[in-house]
Design a binder for this molecule. Structure first.
Ligand SMILES: Cc1ncc(COP(=O)(O)O)c(C=O)c1O
Ligand SMILES: *[C@@H]1O[C@H](CO)[C@@H](O)[C@H](O)[C@H]1NC(C)=O
Length: 489
């Protein structure tokens, strides 16, 4: 739950109101002056309609220099950001030849596998030479290589489930698997802040969808009880199947899932648990096995374990791990397995190699060191930001930490201010977050050194003062004579 300072909420609404009013005003005049050009639509309805087009033109384009910055190197702790300029108030951006080496606080490179690695990279290159970049085929045709078989066994073993199936994309894993598992007569109960891939998968399934308050087990139980009592719409027959979908770490909040409580409730009401570990697998837990390991939940109690390879493993794709029966069923029915080209073999080799390093099967202790580093780095950075007075969301141990900005004017000010001093940060606003809750999202990596973090903190503190986002300044404690102080003669 975020409590917004009253004044901040007011000024934020006011800023958006002003931007909206001016935008509408300009659109109105454009319509009047351009009305005779309208005939070139030739009877077609405009292909871009409504508020989203307005939002892009009048709000997003003003600050688009803060988004989609071209990068010309691997997303390591430091990376190369290409400098851009604009001749039309940032409506269109042009690239220069200049490159700025910036500290990368935006990539999901939690374990530092995104850059060249002494163990992984030679194996990936070898696999590229042997298998090429693509299988040019679906899994059921010619697209299952020995690497794919090895990867599925490796993933099942790593996450602690009997079997696994892999897909070429994390987003597709959610959006294509949920419609296979659920359909009409089924009930999906989804956390209110679940990722868009889950939302679209749920919508595409045709099942009834109910949302529970973000990470609130008591509300989940309330929704479950109500829905079980109600049954299916109109007919009131019992639901064919109930599935509860949650994430391990919420990527915009930095929060850990209250998994033990949620699993207990699902058991009580016989609902299946679907856990998306995109941001938690590899990143948390003593041996990197995600939130189950961190929070002490038996993986046998999580029916469908989903995750992506695009964060901690520095690769591409997604997986579902579960019972042998479930995985067999998905292999026979999931369209993303039957009709989509299989995951690239070098990407698959990268995942296998990264897991081997994490488990120490490369014969070194680098994996364990990375896991210790990501935890130390994250907890250090979070506590320092909090000490400085920033409003930081999320839990300890999570490498994702949003810093609240709120006001739309503070988004470009913070982003540009940091970039000027070679710190690259990601800012997120509506529609990625609710309108009022714009934020900068820091992702910490095991690849960051202590010096990197200290530099980042120094710059962020300075820019934070300039932009005015230290919403919780640590007040110097007022000392009361006699109560808080002792007089020494
Ligand atoms: C929770 C969650 N699920 C799924 C995805 C999609 O994964 P990918 O980016 O690998 O397609 C993401 C991506 O950020 C995510 O945060
Ligand atoms: C365009 O972006 C640059 C930074 O890239 C910024 O300094 C400038 O103020 C922006 N211009 C407008 C009109 O917003």
């Amino acid at each position: 739950m975020i409590t917004i300072p009253y004044l901040t909420a007011l000024t934020t609404y006011f800023s958006y109101g002003l931007l909206f009013a001016f935008g509408q005003f300009r659109d109105f005049f454009r319509k009047i002056f351009d009305w005779w050009h309208a005939s070139n639509l030739q009877g077609y309805a405009p292909i871009c309609l409504g508020l989203e087009d307005f939002y892009v033109r009048r709000l997003y384009l003003r600050i688009q220099d803060c988004f989609g910055r071209p990068i010309s190197s691997a997303p390591d702790a430091w990376f190369d950001v290409v400098e851009r300029y604009s001749n039309d108030n940032n409506k269109t951006m042009k690239r220069t030849d200049k490159i700025n080496r910036c500290l990368n606080l935006g990539s999901y490179n939690y374990l530092g596998f995104a850059a060249s690695d002494e163990y992984c990279t030679p194996r990936v290159i070898d696999s590229l030479n042997r298998f090429s970049a693509s299988t040019c085929s679906t899994r059921v045709d010619g697209g299952t290589t020995t690497v794919h078989k090895e990867l599925e066994e490796c993933v099942a073993n790593f996450v602690g489930k009997p079997a696994a199936i892999v897909f070429g994309m994390g987003y597709v894993t959610n959006s294509a698997v949920l419609p296979v598992l659920m359909g009409k007569g089924g009930l999906i109960i989804s956390d209110s802040l679940n990722h868009n891939s889950i939302v679209n998968g749920a919508r595409g399934s045709g099942a009834t969808i109910r949302v529970f308050q973000h990470n609130t087990p008591s509300h989940l139980e309330k929704v479950l009880r109500e829905q079980i009592a109600e049954g299916q719409p109109r007919t009131h027959r019992p639901w064919k199947k109930i599935i509860v979908v949650v994430e391990g770490i919420y990527s915009m909040e930095g929060e850990l899932c209250k998994l033990p409580e949620i699993v207990a409730i699902c058991k009580k009401y016989k609902a299946y648990v679907y856990l998306d570990e995109a941001h938690s697998i590899g990143a948390v837990g003593k041996t990197g096995r995600g939130v189950c390991e961190l929070l002490g939940v038996d993986t046998a109690d999580v029916d469908i374990m989903m995750g992506t390879f695009t964060k901690s493993f520095g690769s591409f794709g997604g997986y579902i791990a579960g019972s042998k029966e479930l995985i067999q069923y998905l292999k026979h029915t999931c369209p993303a397995h039957l009709y989509a080209t299989s995951i690239s073999p070098p990407a698959a080799r990268q995942i296998i190699s990264a897991i081997k390093v994490i488990l120490g099967e490369d014969g070194s202790s680098r994996g364990a060191q990375k896991l210790a580093r990501i935890r130390e780095n994250s907890n250090f950075f979070r506590s320092e930001l909090q000490k400085m007075g920033f409003e930081v969301l999320g839990d300890n141990d999570s490498p994702v930490m949003p810093i609240m900005l709120y006001n739309p004017a503070k988004i470009p000010a913070f982003s540009r201010g940091c970039l000027k001093q070679n710190i690259a940060v990601v800012t997120v606003a509506f529609p990625g977050t609710p309108l009022l809750l714009a934020r900068a999202r820091i992702c910490i990596s095991a690849a960051h050194t202590k010096e990197d973090l200290l530099k980042a903190l120094e710059v962020i503190s300075e820019v934070g003062d300039m932009v005015g986002i230290k919403y919780f300044p640590a007040e110097p404690k007022k000392l009361e004579q006699g109560k808080d102080t002792i007089k020494l003669e």
